[in-house]
Ligand binder design. Sequence first.
Ligand code: HEM
Length: 431
Amino acid sequence: MSSGNTTGTDQGVVGRFDAHLAPSVERPGDPESVIDAIFDPARRGELYPLYHELRAIAPVHRTEHRNMRGVWFLTRFADVLEVYRNPRAVSDPKTAEHFNHGGQGGPFYRMLKEMMLFLESEQHAHVRRIAVKAFTPRAIAAVRPITQHYADEILDTLAPAGEMDLVAEFAYRLPFRVIAHVLGVPESDFPLIERHAYDFARGSELAVEANARSRRADDAALAFADYFGDLVERRRADPGDDVISALIAAHDDGQALDRTQLVATTVLLMQAGHETTTDSIGNAVLALLRDPAQLDLLRRRPELTKGAVEELLRFDSTNQVNNRLLLDDTTVGGITIPAGDQVALVIGAANRDPAQFTDPDRVDLERQIALHLAFAFGAYYCIGNALARTELAVALRTLVDRFPRLAPAGETFTWRSTYRNRGLAELRVRW
Ligand code: HEM
């Protein structure tokens, strides 16, 4: 069902800068009808009004929707935070089964299963402690100058054109180069790795059957295993000042990661560190272009940049939802959810909860934010948050400083049709 404000296509969903959307669902007051609209790719532009509707009528709701049958949707900030804080609410290793395309147990699925996010909680905590150690203060401190370098380099090339697709030409390229550099991939290998990274990322878009996309993801997993396996061995013999070398050296409880774990962790960092940041830059710039007064404020007051990053992450988070498995009966918002059930922590809805944020649908770069949930919270809190925050700050600052007349280059832009990872397929801007 489409409201007429957006148009679905295979390439994405067209949104308009001037659209003011109110939710209209098939059966008003029925949570399932709202959830159906939330999952509908044609309605990406209406997501936040739909969340408000769901939060108002059923803030703790067990859905029968085919995409998440039996999962409890939580849309209030306080409830979502409470579950994040609960050590008996864990990431379910079975989630990896969603990516076992065609049930063949292919290379993509096998690599995913080794990633910390999909491990049983104790094993997860062990690998996580090692990965956290690899993000040394030195590695993080080096991120700002290298991010600035890449941002300048990309914009130098683009500046004379006076116009670009912000997503493909800037927001996609910048985080890729930064994370590849931080990991220790030589620049001459960037084009090769970028192709695999793209194909690998498409593998996490759900498909019941094996298809051309999932087969390319399998090929990318094999290529990554070869490439990073080899890089790991080279760094083991000759350590550098990079995250892979630090991962090799790090121990937890006297144990280091073996080669398979090292490769899986490197690929996780590569993938988790790339398109999430692309999406966040795109969503942030879109929000600013839709509110020229706030864009102007950022341009005039560089000291607001740090807070602006937090506000823009809150306003339109790329990770819309995290799933958790409840190991015990758990009461949330007065409703007892039985042990063994899954909850969907709807980050996007929590970050727009009026009980937590005054006037939540307004971008306010001067807002004082104590906490938002764009990076999750608790045991799985985003390891790359400091890196991502730096990249967003540099990206936004460099764009507004270099292009003081930054504006939309048309009346429309395009959302990707994906729901869990919300982001743009295209955003044309001029200066
Ligand atoms: C703005 C960009 C980013 C956003 C919005 C984001 C968001 C998130 C969220 C919501 C989670 C929790 C996932 C879950 O519990 O299911 C997460 C986990 C993670 N993120 Fe990020 N992330 C971003 C950038 C990065 C970067 C740059 C890196 C790496 C350099 C990274 C590495 C990770 C890793 C490794 C995990 C798994 C942590 C664990 O399992 O304990 N992320 N991220």
